[in-house]
Design a protein around this ligand. Structure first.
Ligand code: 13P
Length: 249
């Protein structure tokens, strides 16, 4: 049985004063019944990790560099994130692929660096609306998955997040059929690559406009092991019911 995971992604939001949200999530859900993680801007990781140490809420990051250390002004190494208290890192989010021209080869190199630092990986894949309309969704996602996930990845520390680009921040959720089709495809691809036993332990998250009022429906879909939540992870009022719906699914 895969343990379910509710992961938040604060993106470029949040200042020190907003850490009260994390305290509230931790206090509201002392024993949530699933894994609970919020991936924060780098500036908040260390204070958040300290604040949440005795709660069920774990702290993650949103990107790392491919190199272990060195002359890369403005970048952050995976070991620095781990040192600050992060236990996981999101890699290959579509906003990074688009804003920073990140290729799947770069994502893979970052994933290897993160693994070496002991971080769990949340590797994102997802098609644009143009790609979906052209009927190439599975082809695009298959290529991203193949090229972004390192051979050395292991089930215990690998999570794949399916985030259709057109569903992110748009209020437009993929249908149950669309999500189910992609998740079934991802599971089959992972089985083909890593073998049934290992692939069975890899968690598959859906991301894209997940809210308290649609969470239960999404979590009922086969092979959905949790969610990667953007906007609705910024308040305890929105995030806590999503976590609760996941634990109950
Ligand atoms: P929203 O939940 O705001 O659509 O964002 C999804 C996302 O990109 C999470 O990584």
């Amino acid at each position: 049985m895969r343990r379910k995971l509710a992961a938040g992604n604060w993106k470029m939001n949040g200042k020190l004063a907003d850490l009260a949200v994390l305290e509230r999530i931790g206090a509201t859900l002392p024993d949530p019944g699933c894994d609970m993680l919020v991936c924060l801007p780098a500036t908040l990781i260390q204070p958040a990790a300290g604040l949440c140490e005795s709660t069920a809420l774990r702290i993650g990051a949103q990107d790392c560099h491919t190199a272990r250390e060195g002359a890369h002004t403005g970048d952050i190494a995976a070991a620095q994130l781990a040192d600050a208290g992060a236990s996981a890192v999101i890699l290959g989010h579509s906003e990074r692929r688009a804003d920073h021209n990140e290729t799947s080869a770069t994502v893979r190199a970052k994933a290897e660096a993160a693994q070496a630092a002991g971080l769990s990986l949340i590797i994102c894949v997802g098609e644009t609306l143009t790609e979906r309309d052209a009927g190439t969704t599975l082809d695009v996602i298959g290529k991203q998955l193949n090229a972004s996930v390192p051979d050395s990845a292991d089930a215990a520390s690998l999570v794949i997040a399916y985030e259709p680009v057109w569903a992110i921040g748009s209020g437009r959720v993929a249908t149950a059929t669309q999500i189910g089709e992609v998740h079934e495809f991802l599971r089959a691809r992972l089985i083909a690559r890593f073998g049934a036993q290992d692939a069975d332990g890899i968690r598959l998250l859906y991301g894209g406009s997940v809210k308290p009022d649609n969470a239960a429906e999404i979590f009922a879909i086969k092979d959905v092991d949790g969610a990667l939540v953007g906007g609705a992870s910024l308040t305890a009022d929105d995030f806590c019911p999503i976590v609760t719906a996941l634990a109950a699914s």
